[in-house]
Design a protein around this ligand. Structure first.
Ligand SMILES: O=c1[nH]cnc2c1ncn2[C@@H]1O[C@H](CO)[C@@H](O)[C@H]1O
Length: 323
């Protein structure tokens, strides 16, 4: 296994595993550019309790039980309990209905938001959060610690559909739809944010042929992923008619590992929190100075990914997962 390189970027992965989360987590563990200092869990692809169990399971597969898992929120930032959980994308167990035995490990005794705050204070400006699910934990950290947005190095998040249709409905991408109020808190927090939306990740496709290649590898990560990928491929064939799957979470992870593979623009992002466009992400490019004072006035700029070197991302993902 690749050890974290000298001067590797410390990352915390906030995750709802999830098939593409599993790929992204394994990818990070095989990438010397980053050092995974913890996983925090959230609902999204599955409920939070199962996300914690799956995160622990992945670390056991990877022989990395030294990495702590902190359990996150079971409800939205507005205490909503009617969660949008997508078992039809990942299977009821989040791992392609493989029903693995429960993990032996347990989460640590501190909540995800508190773990995020603790690590940001311990290494000010040095920790990157790679957020792969709804943004509840990050928003709670921002609310609980007014210096979190300043202390956290960067937040690289998989979320949003910038100037394209969503994947939950025409307006919204799944992670933002999962907790739009939390997402709006994060985008307007002043933290250094890079948002990787499905306008970018839909360009990054793992094909049926790539999957066959992965299955032929004897590597433990490739073997595990080959077992769980079936449901994710079936869903894409059904929903999009594609012969392959979108690499959402791995692409966001690559944006943290090798930022040169994406380009971005900057502006203020706000999130619609209700109505038929609930979960819509809108980027204001600050080209025009509006006379009227509104909810957009003086909002901080964030980075929003616009292009990706898709072949390079797929190549890197394949190389490292087959290693
Ligand atoms: O069609 C979909 N509906 C809901 N969630 C999805 C779909 N496809 C992928 N994901 C999940 O949501 C995030 C990307 O929006 C990814 O984490 C992916 O696992």
């Amino acid at each position: 296994m690749a050890a974290a390189g000298e001067g590797a970027k410390k990352i915390i992965i906030d995750t709802d595993p999830g098939i593409d989360d599993a790929m992204a987590i394994f990818l990070a563990l095989r990438s010397p550019e980053v050092e995974v200092i913890g996983l925090t869990t959230i609902y999204g692809n599955v409920y939070t309790t199962l996300a914690t169990r799956n995160a622990l399971h992945l670390l056991e597969v990877a022989d990395r039980t030294d990495i702590p898992v902190a359990e996150g929120s079971h409800v939205t930032i507005t205490k909503g309990t009617r969660l949008s959980v997508v078992d039809f994308v990942h299977g009821a167990d989040g791992f392609g209905n493989q029903n693995f035995p429960p993990p032996e490990g347990k989460p640590i005794d501190i909540s995800a938001p508190n773990f995020l705050i603790e690590q940001a204070n311990l290494y000010p400006g040095k920790v990157t959060v790679v957020a792969l699910g709804p943004l509840t934990n990050i928003a709670l950290a921002i609310q609980q610690d007014p210096s979190f947005a300043k202390n956290i190095g960067q937040i690289v998040l998989l979320g949003g559909a910038f100037a394209v249709n969503g994947n939950t409905n025409p307006a919204a991408e799944a992670n933002i739809f999962g907790d739009p109020d939390a997402a709006d808190i994060v985008f307007t927090s002043g933290a250094d944010i890079l948002a990787v939306g499905i306008n970018v990740t839909h360009q990054v496709v793992l094909t049926d042929a790539d999957r066959d290649k992965l299955a032929s590898s004897t590597g433990k990560f490739a073997q595990f992923l080959s077992k769980i990928l079936g449901v994710y491929f079936d869903y894409h064939r059904e929903a999009y008619n594609t012969k392959g799957v979108y690499l959402h979470d791995p692409t966001a992870m690559i944006a943290a590992i090798n930022p040169s593979l994406v380009t971005y623009t900057e502006g203020a992002v706000r999130v619609q929190t209700n109505g038929i466009t609930k979960g819509l992400t809108l980027l204001y490019n600050k080209q025009k100075r509006f006379a009227e004072i509104t909810e957009w006035t003086d909002q901080p700029s964030v980075k929003v990914a616009v292009t990706v070197d898709a072949p390079a991302v797929v190549k890197l993902v394949m190389e490292r997962l087959m290693d």
